[in-house]
Design a protein around this ligand. Structure first.
Ligand code: PLP
Length: 394
């Protein structure tokens, strides 16, 4: 629905649906290059195209030392990043000997819950995940990260993983990618950047500055299934050093041995994530990219950002409402000046009409309404109608 302003949209499109249909019809099993050279080669190409469209660092290209893979979700991608960081910090002994209880991980207090979930599954544990302080705009404070790492090193612990978020779920805060990356480099810590929603904006050159410093990252995730019109599941996960990454996840049982894999000249994507079997997901990316072109996708994202900024400007002018966070792109967080009850009442009244869908978060403990202009069919008239619903509910 174009009146869906809740959470982050999980978009799809006609070309993506057709791509999925063809993939289902072909019934391709893409676990190894040998089981489907086409699925493998097209995936490599699509991930390279996407990296180029987003202006990602050259290291993430398959022609360099890294490369990308399609995972089901950002949560799975981040789990793989945490596992890789864990293994590197343990000199690749964790998989054999079990996880050291001295490892630590770091992210901001505003990171997505998938970071903590991954840290739990990887055996590091929530207690060793440091939630680093944020600034007034809810972005991680690099000095606070340094302090947390130093304190852990002094205590004999082993920092293994840092996550920075480009576009936090609550307020679209942008952690400073470069300063955090420099800290990670200095300490040899695996650096992951979670750009699940906002990373797609980098398809427009004018928004790339929001993730400046990505060449310092070991891994990066962006979800075309959110904001690039490719339907679920399609999470693009990149690593800068595929050899190091594959050391963590690769296992070779006899029944998977084959000539192509043994040649070392092909990619077997089964080694790049938890799952073995895999669909031909690159097909829907290809259909979407060929149908809309980079320009078509840019036009949608620019329009969403324009509409988000327009909505934010109306909030700023309204006597009873106020912005609750900076608006770098298309997510507007706002509240009623009279406090939580008044804000919550707006959300309930808007949602009870059934004509738009909004969700909330809490920033500094205060109830905040989130308006994410990110559904593929949303036009200015829908945003204006939402504003009328909001103001008639204040
Ligand atoms: N990271 C961020 C910043 C998100 O906003 C979200 C979901 O909205 C996720 C990760 C999780 O995405 P997925 O549903 O692909 O696991």
């Amino acid at each position: 629905s174009p009146n869906f302003f809740a959470f982050f949209a999980g978009n799809t499109s006609g070309p993506s649906i057709l791509g999925d249909l063809v993939a289902s019809g072909l019934g391709t099993q893409g676990m190894l290059w040998a089981t489907s050279p086409a699925a493998t080669e097209l995936e490599t190409l699509m991930l390279d195209w996407l990296a180029e469209m987003l202006g990602l660092p050259a290291a993430f290209l398959s022609s360099a030392a890294g490369g990308g893979v399609i995972q089901d979700t950002a949560s799975s991608s981040t789990l793989c990043a945490v596992l890789a960081g864990r293994e590197r910090a343990m000199a690749y002994r964790g998989n054999e000997q079990g996880v050291s209880d001295r490892l630590t991980a770091y992210t901001s207090a505003h990171a997505h819950s998938s970071i903590e979930k991954a840290v739990r599954i990887a055996g590091i544990g929530s207690e060793r995940l440091r939630l680093v302080d944020v600034d007034d705009g809810y972005a991680m404070v690099p000095e606070a990260l340094v302090a947390a790492i130093r304190a852990d090193l002094d205590a004999g612990l082993v920092p293994a993983f840092v996550n920075a978020t480009v576009g936090t779920t609550s307020s679209l805060a942008m952690d400073p990618v470069r300063p955090i990356g420099e800290i990670c480099r200095q300490h040899g810590i695996w650096y992951h950047v979670d750009a699940a929603w906002a990373g797609s904006a980098a398809i427009c050159p004018e928004f790339r500055h929001l993730q400046d410093g990505l060449e310092l990252a070991d891994s990066y995730v962006v979800n075309p299934h959110k904001w690039l019109l490719v339907g679920l599941h399609c999470s693009a996960f990149y690593v800068a050093d595929r050899a190091g990454y594959l050391r963590t996840l690769s296992l070779l049982p006899e029944y998977l041995r084959n000539e192509a894999s043994a040649s070392g000249a092909v990619i077997d994507y089964r080694d790049w994530h938890v799952a073995l079997g895999r669909r031909f997901r690159a097909l829907k990316m290809w259909f979407v990219f060929r149908h809309y072109g980079a320009e078509g996708l840019r036009a949608m994202i620019r329009d969403h950002v324009r509409l988000g900024q327009l909505f934010a400007s109306w909030v700023e002018e309204h006597p009873e409402l106020e912005l609750a966070a900076p608006v770098p792109l298309n997510l507007v967080c706002f509240r009623h000046r009279d406090g939580d009850d008044a804000t919550e009442a707006i959300l309930e009244r808007v949602n009870s009409t059934g004509r738009a869908y909004l969700t909330h978060t809490r920033l500094d403990g205060r109830y905040v309404i989130r308006v994410n202009v990110g559904q593929a069919d949303t036009e200015e008239r829908h945003v204006r109608a939402l504003w009328e619903l909001v103001t008639s509910s204040t």
